[in-house]
Design a protein around this ligand. Structure first.
Ligand code: ADP
Ligand code: MG
Ligand code: MG
Length: 898
C-alpha cells in the first residue's frame, strides 16, 4: 500500500478523484500536474497515514514513511536542481495540510523549510539576494515556531512574541514596513527569534532539515486532533477516521525581485457570477501577503483594474503608473496564466479559485479548487455553464445549494461599506435580509418613523402587526424557531434573534450593549444573514430576480415530482408566494387573522363571554371578517387548493396578562376588570402546548368551528358567483383519536349543508386532518378511513415526540448542540431517525386504507432541503413552507428527484 503520492513535471501518481485519500489540495495538485499545469514538484502523504499515526504513534509511522519520503525528496531535488540539506544550493520545501474538505482548525502552512544558519548564506550567494535569503529565514523561524512548536498566541489578546520584537525594532529604526528592514535588521531578528524560542520552550530551534520536515509533518497529523479541528468535525458530523493528508512541495518564490509576484485569481466573478477572469496580485511578495492586507494588492486584468480605479476614484494616468494590472506589466505571464485558468475551468467544469506565484519570470500554479460564491453567483454560473454546454440541466440543478437561494430574495447590504468597529453585537441570523431603521421598543409604535427596527426582549403574537410594519426585528431572547424568527421568515422580513448582549430597558426606551447606549430613534442596521447588529445606516439594495433565477426555477419544476405549496395567512403572503411559484396553500393559520385591528376586541368578547349565547353573539361579529379574509385569499390563489386550519392556539393567548392592558379590555367591553382577571385565571394552563387547544377547542366550543366553516363555505360560494373557482380544504388540527376528528367532521358537514341549503348552491370542499400528535400517526389507517387528506404538522410532531416544548427548548438546545448531544436543532431539520418514522408510518398506514390519500407536510421543515428530500422519499404529494422558502423547496424537490 502506497503511503506517498508524488506529483510534478507533468506527471502524478494520484489524480483529482482521490480526494478521500489525498485530501482536496493534494488531489488537485496531482490532477493539475497530470494535465500539464506547472505545479512545483512535491508529494502527498495520504490521509490513511494520519489514521495509522493516531493508532500506532509517531515513531512507528515515521519509520514506515522514511524510505518513501526520502525517495520522493530525491525526485524533487532532481526536478528543481537543488539539494535537500545542502548548504550551497539548498532545496526549500513547504508543508501544507489538506483534509478531504477544507477545514478551519487544521495546521497552517509552513514555508521555507530547510533553512538554517548555513543554508541561508548559501541561498543568499546562489540568488545574489541577501535580503531575500534572510527575510525568508526569519519568516520560516516565525512560522515554524508558531505552528509546529506551539508558540502561536492562543487568543487575540495574547501578544505574539515575534511580532512584539518586530514592532520594537521598527520603532527603534523609525520605520513602518517590513520591507524597510536591512539585512542586518533581519539577521538581528533571526537571532532574537531563536533566543525567544529557546527561552519559551526550553528547546533549540531545529537546524537539521530532516528534523524540521518530520516536525512539520507530524504537527499536521497532530492538528487533526487539535481542539479546533475536533470542534469543527463535531458540528459538521465529519468522522475522525477521515484524517488529513500532508502536502510537501518545493518552494517557489514570488519575493525574489520585481520580476516575481504572487496572487489569487478566480475564473469568474465570485460575487456576481459574471464570466470575467479576475483576481489580485502583488509584485515581490510571498504566500499570504496578498490576503494579509499589508500592501494594497493590484488587479490582474486590465478590465478589473479599470473598474477598481473607477470605484477608488483613481485617474487613468495614476492607475497606469501606480496600480497597473498584471496584464499590462507582465503581458507574457498574464497570457500564460489566462491560458491555465481557461484550461482549469474547462477541466473541472466549474468556477475555479486559484493561487499562483511567479518566480523570476516563471509561472507556477500552487492551488486550484471550486471557488466559493454568493447565491447570485451560484445561480448565474450554473446557468451560464449549462448554456455554454459545459454541464447538463441536472448538473446545473445539483450545483444549487438550495438555502443560498434565499439570499436572492431579500434586500441586501453592500457589505463592503460596513466597518468592523460599527458592529455592535451578534445575534442569531434568524431571517435573512438587510434592514436599516430607527429603533423602537413597542410593536404599536412600529410606524413611529418611516423606517424602524423593532427591538424586543421577545415577541408575542400580538406584535404581528408591528413586525409587519418594521423593517427589521431584533430580539434579545429566543432562538431560530422563536415566534419572532418564524413570523419574520414567513414575512421575508429581516430578523436577528437571541442577541443576549443587548440589554433592553423598555421603561427608559433604550438598550445597552457593552456600555454603549442606543436610544429610541437611533439608527441601527441588522444583517439577518449573518446576525450582525450594526451601528448607524448601511445602504441596502433591492434584490434582482434575474433571468437566470427564473431559468433555474423552470428547470426545477421540470424535474421535481412533489408539489410545493406555501404557508400563508394573508392575501399579501399568498400573492408573494405565487410569484415564487407556490402551487397552493398548505396551511392558513386562522388565528393570526384575529389579531388585526378591532378583530381582537370581538375575539376577546367571544372568549370572555360566559354563555354559549354570548359567544355566538361575538362570533357573529367575527364571521364577516373571516369570510372576507378567506375570499381575498381564495381570490389570490385563483383555483389553486387552499388548506385552512381551524383555530389552534389556546384561548388565553388572546387576552393580555398585564393588569393595565386588562383594564383596557374591560373598558372596551364594558365589563368589570375582575371579570377579565378571573377569566385569565380560569384559562391559565400549566402546560398550554398540551392543553386546551386544537380540535379540543372546536369540540368543546362547537360554535367556533361552526363560525369558521360557515366563513369558509360562504367565501367560496361568493367567489363562485363572481366566476372565481375556490378549492377549500378544511383541516382539523391536533387530532389524536378518530372520534374527535369525526365530531369535527360532523359539525363542518352539517354547517356546510345548512349554508348550501340557504344559498341554494354548492361547492366542492374536502375535510382532512393534521398528523401532529404521535397517536395520530399510529392510528393513521383508522383516521384515513374518514379523512380526505393528511398534513404532517412536524413542528408539533417534533415537540411531542421528543417531549421538548417548542417555547422552552431554546434554553437547552444550544447547549445540547455545543456538547454534541444533538447534531442539529430538530425544529429546524427534521429528525428523520425518530420523528421521521412517524411520518413514514403515518403516510404508509394512511395509504394502506386509502391508496390515493393526499399527504403533505406543513411544518417549518417543509422548506428545509434535507427534510424535503426525506418527504420525496416518502412519496408525499407536496411540501408546504413559508413564501420565501418556496423557491428553495422547488429546487430541493428537484434535486431529490434527480
Ligand atoms: P491555505 O489552505 O490556507 O490556502 P496553503 O497551503 O494554500 O494554505 O498555503 C498558504 C500560502 O502559502 C498560499 O498562499 C501559497 O501561495 C503559499 N505556498 C504554499 N506552498 C508554497 C510553495 N511550495 N511555494 C510558494 N508558496 C507556497
Ligand atoms: Mg491556499
Ligand atoms: Mg400544530
Amino acid at each position: 500500500k502506497a503511503r506517498v503520492f508524488k506529483f510534478g513535471n507533468k506527471q502524478a501518481d494520484g489524480n483529482g478523484t482521490m480526494r478521500n485519500l489525498l485530501g482536496g489540495k493534494g488531489a488537485n495538485l496531482a490532477e493539475m500536474s497530470a494535465i500539464g499545469i506547472p505545479v512545483p514538484p512535491g508529494f502527498t502523504i495520504t490521509t490513511e497515514v494520519c489514521t495509522e499515526y493516531n493508532d500506532l504513534g509517531k515513531e512507528t509511522v515515521v519509520g514506515y514513511l522514511k524510505d518513501e519520503v526520502t525517495e520522493a525528496v530525491r525526485e524533487i531535488e532532481m526536478q528543481m536542481g537543488t539539494k535537500w540539506g545542502d548548504t550551497n544550493n539548498p532545496l526549500l520545501l513547504s508543508v501544507r495540510s489538506g483534509a478531504r474538505v477544507s477545514m478551519p482548525g487544521m495546521m497552517d502552512t509552513v514555508l521555507n523549510l530547510g533553512l538554517n544558519d548555513e543554508a541561508v548564506i548559501g541561498l543568499a550567494k546562489k540568488t545574489g539576494n541577501e535580503r531575500f535569503a534572510w527575510d525568508s529565514y526569519r519568516r520560516f523561524i516565525q512560522m515554524y515556531a508558531g505552528v509546529v512548536m506551539g508558540m502561536k498566541p492562543e487568543s487575540k489578546d495574547d501578544v505574539d512574541p515575534f511580532e512584539e520584537v518586530i514592532d520594537n525594532l521598527k520603532e527603534k529604526r523609525h520605520i513602518e514596513l517590513d520591507t524597510q528592514f536591512t539585512v542586518q535588521d533581519l539577521q538581528d531578528l533571526v537571532f532574537d527569534f531563536k533566543d525567544i524560542i529557546n527561552k519559551r520552550t526550553g528547546r533549540q530551534f531545529p537546524t537539521d532539515p530532516w528534523e524540521q520536515l518530520w516536525g512539520a509533518v507530524t504537527a499536521v497529523f497532530d492538528s487533526w486532533n487539535g481542539a479546533r479541528a475536533l470542534y469543527y468535525r463535531k458540528i459538521h458530523g465529519y468522522p475522525a477516521d477521515w484524517g488529513t493528508a500532508v502536502n510537501v512541495q518545493a518552494m517557489v518564490f514570488g519575493n525574489m525581485g520585481n520580476d516575481s509576484a504572487t496572487g489569487v485569481c478566480f475564473t469568474r466573478d465570485a460575487g456576481s457570477g459574471e464570466n470575467v477572469f479576475n483576481g489580485e496580485y502583488l509584485i515581490n511578495a510571498q504566500g499570504e501577503d496578498v490576503v494579509a492586507g499589508v500592501r494594497t494588492p493590484q488587479q490582474i486584468t486590465k478590465l478589473g483594474s479599470q473598474r477598481w480605479a473607477e470605484l477608488a476614484q483613481v485617474s487613468e494616468a495614476d492607475r497606469k503608473k501606480e496600480y497597473p494590472s498584471l496584464e499590462e506589466i507582465m503581458p507574457e505571464m498574464y497570457q500564460e496564466l489566462d491560458g491555465y485558468q481557461k484550461t482549469l475551468e474547462a477541466h473541472y467544469r466549474d468556477m475555479q479559485d486559484m493561487e499562483f506565484t511567479i518566480q523570476k519570470g516563471k509561472l507556477w500554479i500552487l492551488q486550484t479548487r471550486n471557488g466559493k460564491r454568493t447565491g447570485a453567483a451560484m445561480v448565474k454560473i450554473a446557468v451560464d455553464l449549462m448554456k455554454e454546454g459545459v454541464i447538463s440541466e441536472t448538473e446545473a440543478l445539483m450545483r444549487m445549494e438550495p438555502n443560498k437561494l434565499d439570499e436572492l430574495l431579500h434586500p441586501v447590504f453592500d457589505t463592503k461599506t460596513i466597518n468592523q468597529e460599527d458592529i455592535i453585537a451578534q445575534g442569531l441570523p434568524a431571517s435573512p435580509g438587510a434592514a436599516t431603521g430607527q429603533v423602537v421598543f413597542f410593536a404599536d409604535e412600529a410606524g413611529k418613523y418611516k423606517n424602524t427596527i423593532l427591538a424586543r426582549i421577545e415577541t408575542s403574537p400580538e406584535d404581528l402587526e408591528g413586525i409587519n410594519i418594521a423593517k427589521g426585528i431584533l430580539t434579545a431572547r429566543g432562538g431560530m424557531t422563536s415566534h419572532a424568527a418564524v413570523v419574520a421568515r414567513g414575512l421575508g422580513k429581516c430578523c436577528v434573534s437571541g442577541a443576549g448582549a443587548v440589554k433592553i430597558d423598555y421603561k427608559n426606551r433604550k438598550f445597552e450593549v457593552d456600555g454603549r447606549v442606543f436610544q429610541e430613534g437611533d439608527w441601527i442596521s441588522l444583517n439577518g444573514s449573518t446576525g450582525n447588529i450594526i451601528d448607524g445606516k448601511v445602504p441596502t439594495k433591492e434584490p434582482e430576480l434575474s433571468g437566470e433565477f427564473g431559468e433555474i426555477m423552470a428547470l426545477a419544476d421540470k424535474y421535481r415530482k412533489m408539489q410545493v405549496r406555501t404557508n400563508a395567512d394573508t392575501p399579501k403572503d399568498s400573492k408573494v408566494a405565487r410569484t415564487f411559484g407556490a402551487e397552493g396553500i398548505g396551511l392558513t393559520r386562522t388565528e393570526h387573522m384575529f389579531f388585526e385591528g378591532d378583530r381582537i376586541v370581538a375575539m376577546r368578547e367571544m372568549i370572555l363571554a360566559s354563555t354559549e349565547k354570548g359567544r355566538k353573539k361575538a362570533l357573529t361579529k367575527l364571521l364577516p371578517m373571516q369570510r372576507g379574509d378567506f375570499e381575498a385569499i381564495f381570490e389570490a390563489m385563483e383555483g389553486l387548493p387552499v388548506t385552512i386550519r381551524l383555530l389552534d392556539p389556546p384561548l388565553h393567548e388572546f387576552i393580555p396578562h398585564q393588569l393595565a392592558a386588562q383594564k383596557e379590555v374591560a373598558d372596551q367591553l364594558h365589563i368589570s376588570v375582575a371579570a377579565v382577571t378571573s377569566k385569565v385565571a380560569e384559562l391559565h394552563e400549566f402546560n398550554p402546548m398540551m392543553g386546551h387547544r386544537g380540535c379540543r377547542l372546536g369540540n368543546t366550543y362547537p360554535e367556533i368551528t361552526e363560525m369558521q366553516a360557515t366563513a369558509i363555505i360562504e367565501a367560496a360560494l361568493n367567489l363562485k358567483k363572481r366566476g372565481v373557482k375556490a378549492r377549500p380544504e378544511i383541516m382539523v388540527p391536533l387530532v389524536g383519536t378518530v372520534s374527535e376528528f369525526l365530531e369535527q367532521k360532523r359539525i363542518i358537514q352539517e354547517t356546510a349543508e345548512q349554508v348550501f341549503a340557504k344559498r341554494k348552491d354548492r361547492i366542492d370542499y374536502s375535510i382532512g386532518t393534521m398528523i401532529e400528535i404521535p397517536r395520530a400517526a399510529l392510528i393513521a389507517d383508522k383516521i384515513a378511513a374518514h379523512a380526505d387528506f393528511f398534513s404532517f404538522g412536524t413542528n408539533d410532531l417534533t415537540q411531542m415526540t421528543y417531549g421538548y416544548s417548542r417555547d422552552d427548548a431554546g434554553k437547552f438546545l444550544g447547549i445540547y448542540q455545543n456538547k454534541g448531544l444533538l447534531t442539529s436543532d430538530p425544529f429546524e431539520i427534521l429528525d428523520q431517525e425518530g420523528v421521521g418514522q412517524l411520518v413514514t408510518m403515518g403516510a404508509e398506514r394512511g395509504r394502506a386504507t386509502k391508496p390515493n390519500l393526499k399527504v403533505g407536510i406543513c411544518g417549518e421543515h417543509g422548506g428545509e432541503p434535507n427534510s424535503v428530500a426525506f418527504c420525496h422519499r416518502n412519496k408525499l404529494n407536496y411540501v408546504s413552507c413559508s413564501p420565501f422558502r418556496v423557491p428553495i423547496a422547488r429546487v430541493a424537490a428537484a434535486q431529490a428527484a434527480i
